[in-house]
Design a protein around this ligand. Structure first.
Ligand SMILES: *[C@@H]1O[C@H](CO)[C@@H](O)[C@H](O)[C@H]1NC(C)=O
Length: 78
């Protein structure tokens, strides 16, 4: 009887752990890498030639934006 109750208590817990694991996988795909480039400013197609505040990397800046790095290097995000 004791083991039976143990299993019943554990089943929802196991499901929870599995769902949690699934969620983390999903978030991993969406979350940006937490690294920072030496970005002076960025420009995006939506802003035209306007200089936007620096973003750490392409993931945060968005697709089509250009990171203008210190040192005169431009990195286009695609
Ligand atoms: C980067 O972009 C800026 C602004 O458009 C431009 O003045 C500069 O020449 C570009 N630098 C390189 C290395 O392409």
């Amino acid at each position: 009887m004791a083991t039976c109750r143990f299993h019943i208590a554990c089943a929802p817990l196991l499901v929870c752990v599995m769902l949690l694991g699934k969620n983390q996988e999903g978030m991993e795909a969406v979350a940006c890498h937490q690294y920072c480039l030496e970005v002076d400013y960025i420009t995006c197609p939506s802003s035209g030639s306007e200089k936007l505040p620096a973003r750490c990397n392409c993931c945060m800046a968005g697709k089509g934006c250009t990171l203008h790095l210190s040192g005169g290097i431009n990195q286009t995000c695609n």
